[in-house]
Every structure is written in C-alpha cells, then in structure tokens.
Design a protein around this ligand. Structure first.
Ligand SMILES: CC(C)(COP(=O)(O)OP(=O)(O)OC[C@H]1O[C@@H](n2cnc3c(N)ncnc32)[C@H](O)[C@@H]1OP(=O)(O)O)[C@@H](O)C(=O)NCCC(=O)NCCS
Length: 176
C-alpha cells in the first residue's frame, strides 16, 4: 500500500482537500468557538491549532469546505500492522455549519475513500461518551457503538472523561 497522503474529494455540498498554511486563521477561529472547543481543545488553544499543522507521516489533515468556504477539519490515520489494519478518523465543523449534515457528508466522502482507494475494511471514531451530537451524526452514517472506554481522555477541566469507541465496517456505510 502506498504511503498515506491527503486526497481531494467532492460531494454534493462538501469538499475535502489537504490543509494549507492559509487555512490557519479560519481553523483557529473555528477551534475557538465554544461549541467546538468543548470537544476538541484540552489545553492551550494555540497547541490545538499547532497540532493541525504539524508534519506527521502517520496522519492526514483535510480542510472541510462548503461552497468554497472553510467549514472545518477532518483527519485520518492508519494502523499499518497488517493483522490489525484499519483507519481512524476525527473531525470538527464550525458552529454555523453544524446540524446541516455537513459532518456526515464529509465522513461519507472519507469513508468511501478509505474503503475503496485505501482498501480498509474497518474505520473507527472515538467521540467523548457525552458528545451526543457527534454520536448521533456518526450513527446516521452507519457507525456502531463498540463500547465505552472509561476515563479515556483528559478534558480541559483536568479530569478524565469516558470515550465511546465506534466502528464502521466495509458495506455498512449509510446514505452514500
Ligand atoms: C459532531 C459534528 C462533526 C457532527 O457534524 P454535523 O454536521 O453537525 O452533524 P449533523 O448535521 O448530523 O447534526 C447532528 C445531529 O445530531 C443531532 N443532535 C444535536 N444535538 C444533539 C443532542 N444533544 N443529542 C442527540 N442528538 C443531537 C442533530 O439533531 C442532528 O441529527 P438529525 O439530523 O437527526 O436532526 C459537528 O457537530 C461538530 O464538529 N461538533 C463540534 C466538534 C465535535 O464534537 N467534533 C467531534 C469530535 S469526535
């Protein structure tokens, strides 16, 4: 399998493309929104923004665009150990685009790519167990609840929060 790289993909409303330095201000502004920061920012905001632009060969970062405007970010990574091979994804959408199916469309695009172009049979995502909006959005696409990972991640308040492991197998993608 070729090394991981960020593709450019287009759906009816959503575009995905490799993130660029010029996206910095838009993504920083979205990450600063309380509706996004609550689930994404665990320490200083600058650190969360900087992580999106770090060169990391194990993950790809994509800008989510709606009508050519920056609406969010989607990242994916791959487990390359052959016997455990799968992809993991994560994303955020700015507050003014939430609740319009933008997140699910972006996930369908990347899931189609990961199944078809990258040959994966399984994709995982791990929202906070309390993130009901995200869990609802992922279930609409076909993700299923695997189980609660207790005290999985440390929140901005410094305490450990439960995460929900969800997975999607090839053939289960809904609404594609
Ligand atoms: C999570 C996220 C990616 C989902 O994308 P989206 O484009 O907003 O998703 P949707 O348009 O499907 O809207 C969310 C769905 O959850 C529902 N929802 C909203 N709040 C909810 C709640 N508290 N409980 C249950 N469902 C809820 C909405 O009604 C909608 O479902 P519907 O279409 O059946 O009405 C996006 O909201 C987001 O980026 N949120 C902030 C950051 C974040 O949480 N990232 C995920 C980290 S794992």
């Amino acid at each position: 399998m070729t090394p991981l790289s960020a593709p450019t993909l287009h759906g009816p409303r959503v575009g995905l493309r490799p993130v660029e330095v010029d996206d910095h201000a838009v993504l920083a502004a979205i990450l600063a929104e309380p509706e996004v920061a609550r689930w994404w920012v665990h320490g200083p905001l600058e650190d969360a923004v900087a992580e999106l632009f770090e060169v990391d060969e194990s993950s790809a970062i994509l800008a989510i665009e709606v009508d050519g405007e920056g609406a969010g970010m989607l990242q994916f990574s791959e487990e390359t150990e052959p016997d455990y091979r799968h992809a993991g994804i994560d994303l955020f959408v700015g507050a003014r685009w939430q609740g319009q199916g933008i997140g699910p469309e972006a996930i369908r695009l990347i899931a189609g790519y990961l199944f078809d172009a990258r040959g994966h049979h399984r994709i995982t995502i791990d929202p906070a167990a309390a993130n009901a909006r995200a869990i609802r959005a992922y279930e609409k696409v076909g993700f299923r609840r695997v189980g609660v990972m207790r005290r999985y991640e440390r929140g901005a308040d410094g305490t450990w929060h439960d995460g929900l492991l969800m997975d999607l197998l090839r053939g289960e993608l809904m609404g594609a």
